[in-house]
Design a protein around this ligand. Sequence first.
Ligand code: GUN
Length: 287
Amino acid sequence: MTAKVIDGKAFAAKVRAQVTEHVARLAEQNGIQPGLAVVLVGEDPASKVYVKNKHASTIEVGMASFEHRLDASTGEAELLALIDQLNADPKVHGILVQLPLPAHLNSELVINRIAPAKDVDGFHISNVGLLGTGQKSMVPCTPLGCLMMLRDHHGSLAGLNAVVVGRSNIVGKPMAQLLLGDSCTVTIAHSRTKDLAEVCKRADILVAAVGRPEMVTGDMVKPGATVIDVGINRIERDGKNKLVGDVHYESAAAVAGAITPVPGGVGPMTIACLLANTLTACCRANG
Ligand code: GUN
């Protein structure tokens, strides 16, 4: 079997087009422009690239983008004061603090200072609790993007065995909650799981979000399964710098029914969902 490739890039373009259309309608009919504020503290090279891409995509769909770049030595009080200011700003509907923060800053304290209604990352403890209890919340962008691709491919997910490899607060745990909400039978596996291959092999839906290059190999995939690869890892191979996922693509694609590539799978969907979340926050704020 050769897997169907789930084209996240094309899907994300469709989502962004829908957002663009809705943003234009808001401007025309209500005179409202959704606004996203992104806060970057320090000089982490990967974070700088992410923030730049977020800014460009925000502008492209017609939203206002407010970038706040702070020095790596910024103190907690100063960062919290900025968040308070953004919380109170009616032009700002979504706030994202790029992670990781420098080590001297308490990420939980900072994230929980964001007004839950503006927390477009869905990381605030209120949104985590709302998602966990099946209530209306802001849903983390990466798992939301994965869910959209899975729904598009399968239609209903009810009754399917889903295995999420990885237990992070950003991806693994919210992904499991979303799959449970769609009536999957969900297992969360991780680096300490016994006989990981056997656990993975039971999955109709296998989501890899462990942050280890090519850890999930074809022999761990059930024939016909849908494989979602959340990983983005830079490795050296044959003297070249290469981007690979948490899934060994060639061996997995030979067994799976469908698979997301890296790049061009989950990545583009994350930014599209951030824009969709900002639009949602704006619509909720304006009744
Ligand atoms: N760093 C890596 N992924 C993310 C994300 O989804 N949101 C934020 N705020 N920071 C990140």
